[in-house]
Every structure is written in structure tokens, then in C-alpha cells.
Design a protein around this ligand. Structure first.
Ligand SMILES: O=C(O)C(=O)C[C@]1(C(=O)O)C=C[C@@H](O)C=C1
Length: 375
């Protein structure tokens, strides 16, 4: 063992660990009391606004821009031996517990339990949030619109398969705003119940995106077995438990939740297979300093229309992070563009670009500015 001048025995080190843990615990309690004080201040501010005649005033306990700053500061100041991100994950949970003291959040996600969307919800909000599974992307939107849930989590794009068109379509008719994003590395496994052997498999079930993300592996290993697209990987896992001859493609959470065995691990065709999820809510989020903005824009159907829409970004030197097209549902052969770029709608240059786009387009709908994913 390397001699680093530390001659403590095992017992001595454990005594030190116990005393450090006591200190950490006391500090966490102090932090939690600060969060309780923050809640009182927020409530008093809203009461004052209501008394002053602002009938719409509402307490906003969850502050994504502040959380992003707290987590980023932790990553930036970490000096090791732990990784900045590892420490930030611990603080993610501390903040989640502090926020739950202020007000427990209800978060709707595209279920059932065991989906990557649930994992994304926990990654973003921590374990203290109450996560509520919903059967469709539309019903996640509806839960947040109606106020039954404070926030929602929906998938929006995958690095192998592209955009999740349902999510984009729902934004067209919704007044909800994007308040954050989460990225998740997606690892798929071939899962079976313990009573199902390799030779028993007659059907492989998964969400169509998962089937597509594992297409080459399936072609090589199971070319003659029927592939069945179902509503989610969680549902496929549930079917693998109940129905003889069914194998599912799903991730670790579903394997654990449904007690399934892994016949093959990491069968996704591309090793860095990543899905991006959006957090949807009813409030606009103030600038964090490291933000993204998403808009829907539709131009007149004429030559050079897309160039005209993109030129203001080029002139202002603003980077686009994503552009996608969906058919307009109101006009044949017309399209709407989903554009994402760096910056916040409150930034002067971004407000200028959006103003210019408004003049060029027949529809412009800001979907929100939100902190870039930290974890
Ligand atoms: O700063 C606030 O507004 C808080 O409510 C405190 C706190 C935290 O624990 O740091 C908790 C919840 C918010 O989402 C952001 C931060």
C-alpha cells in the first residue's frame, strides 16, 4: 500500500468517519432549515402580491434555474478524490429532500413503472418527488395542464432514432412550458422470466423505439422471432412476467422491478445510445446563465423559407442545438419547425432574433427557456 503519511488503524479511521458523518448530518439539517425559511419567504411574498391585487400570484417552490446553478457550482468546485458529477448526484438528493420539506412535488411521467422516463424523472427531481405514471404522452400533458401534477417528464429525442413526434405534436396544442431537460444513457437488455429458457422464446416485445435501437442485434441473433411493438418497455417487461414465450427488451429498472433475468446485456446497436427528456410545467423559468430555448415556428410555403428563418441566428452568432420538421396539421404540404438554440428569451440578442422571426413567420410559439442539463 502507498505510504501517504496516514498511519491510522482501521478502528481509528472508523471513529473519524463516524464523527465526519455526524458533522455532515448536522450540516444537512441546517440546510433543510434554510429551505424551510425559503418556503416561508416565498409564501409571504405571494400573500403580499395577492393583497396588492395580483390575483394570479402563486407560490413557486421548485426553482430549476437555482437548482442548475447549485449543481453546477458543486461540479466546478470539486477537487477530488470524488468526481464532481458523483458529488452533484448526492446533492441532487439533498436538494430533493429540502424541496419536499417546502412542498412535495407531484411529477407525471410516461409510464408504466420501470420505463426510462421514470428513471429520467428521478434523475432530474431526486427520490423525494412523488412520481405518477401515465399511460400516454398526451395524458402526461393533461395532468400538468389540469394542475393535478406540478411537472411532467416526456421523451423528446433519441440519438439513434431521432425525434419522438408525439411529444412535439402535443406541444402544438398546449400552453405548457419546458422547464428543463434530462439526458439518459439508454442500455437495453433482453429479459425473460426465470421460467422462460432461451429455447422457449416465441416473441420479443418492446417499445418500437427500443426495437429500432436494437435492430442490428436482433437481426443477427433472433432473425426469425416475431418482434412486437407495445406501448412501453415497462409494459413489455410486465408481459414477459405474465405470458409464456415472451421476452422483453427493457432497461435495468424494469428488470429489477419485474424480477426478470438478463439473457443478453447491452444489446443496443450504438454504445452511446442516449435519450433526451423534457420537463414540462406551467411556469416560465428565469435565466440560469447556461440556458436553452425551444420554439415552434411555421413559415410561408415559399422558396428560401427555411433559410429566411435561420438567417437571424447566423447573423447573431447563436448556435442551434436542434432543428426538426413536422407536417402542419392545418395546411397540406406546410411544415412547422421545432428549433432549439443556446440562450434565454430574456437575453437581448435572443429577444431580437425572436422578434425578427415573428415578422417572417405565420406562427411562432416559444416553448420556453430552461437550464441546460447539468447531470
Ligand atoms: O432557493 C430556493 O428557492 C429553494 O427553494 C431552495 C432549494 C435548495 O434546496 O437549494 C430547494 C428547492 C428549489 O428548487 C431550489 C433550491
Amino acid at each position: 500500500m502507498a505510504d501517504n503519511g496516514d498511519n491510522r488503524t482501521l478502528d481509528e479511521v472508523r471513529v473519524d468517519i463516524d464523527s465526519i458523518d455526524r458533522e455532515i448530518q448536522q450540516l444537512i439539517s441546517r440546510r433543510a432549515k434554510c429551505a424551510q425559511r425559503v418556503a416561508d419567504i416565498k409564501l409571504a411574498e405571494v400573500q403580499a402580491a395577492l393583497e396588492a391585487g395580483d390575483t394570479e400570484a402563486e407560490v413557486v417552490y421548485y426553482r430549476p434555474e437555482r437548482e442548475a446553478q447549485v449543481l453546477q457550482n458543486i461540479i466546478d468546485r470539486e477537487e477530488g478524490p470524488l468526481q464532481g458529477e458523483t458529488v452533484a448526484h448526492i446533492f441532487r438528493e439533498v436538494m430533493s429532500a429540502c424541496l419536499a420539506l417546502e412542498k412535495p412535488l407531484q411529477v407525471a411521467y410516461l409510464g408504466p413503472e420501470g420505463t426510462f422516463t421514470q428513471a429520467a424523472a428521478i434523475k432530474h427531481f431526486g427520490h423525494a418527488a412523488v412520481c405518477v405514471p401515465r399511460g400516454t404522452i398526451a395524458s402526461v400533458f393533461a395532468q400538468v395542464e389540469s394542475g393535478e401534477c406540478n411537472y411532467g417528464v416526456v421523451p423528446v429525442e433519441n440519438s439513434t432514432e431521432g425525434m419522438v413526434s408525439h411529444t412535439l405534436d402535443n406541444f402544438m396544442d398546449s400552453s405548457l412550458k419546458i422547464s428543463g431537460e434530462v439526458e439518459m444513457g439508454i442500455g437495453h437488455h433482453l429479459l425473460v422470466a426465470s421460467h422462460t429458457g432461451k429455447g422457449d422464446i416465441q416473441r420479443i416485445c418492446a417499445h418500437q423505439q427500443a426495437l429500432a435501437q436494437c435492430r442490428n442485434w436482433l437481426d443477427r441473433n433472433w432473425p426469425d422471432i416475431e418482434r412486437v411493438a407495445v406501448s412501453s418497455n415497462g409494459e413489455a417487461a410486465r408481459m414477459a412476467v405474465d405470458m409464456p414465450g415472451v421476452a422483453a427488451i427493457a432497461g435495468d429498472m424494469a428488470a429489477e422491478l419485474y424480477g426478470l433475468e438478463k439473457l443478453a446485456e447491452h444489446i443496443e446497436d450504438y454504445a452511446d445510445n442516449t435519450t433526451r427528456f423534457l420537463i414540462i410545467g406551467r411556469e416560465e423559468v428565469p435565466a440560469s446563465g447556461r440556458d436553452k430555448t425551444s420554439i415552434i415556428v411555421s413559415s410561408r410555403n415559399k422558396p428560401g423559407a427555411l433559410f429566411t428563418l435561420l438567417d437571424p441566428f447566423r447573423k447573431a452568432g447563436v448556435s442551434l442545438t436542434r432543428i426538426d420538421t413536422r407536417p402542419s396539421r392545418t395546411e397540406k404540404w406546410a411544415y412547422v419547425f421545432f428549433i432549439e438554440f443556446e440562450g434565454h428569451l430574456q437575453d437581448e440578442n435572443i429577444a431580437g432574433i425572436v422578434g425578427e422571426l415573428e415578422e417572417q413567420s405565420i406562427l411562432l410559439k416559444p416553448l420556453g427557456s430552461y437550464p441546460r442539463a447539468v447531470l
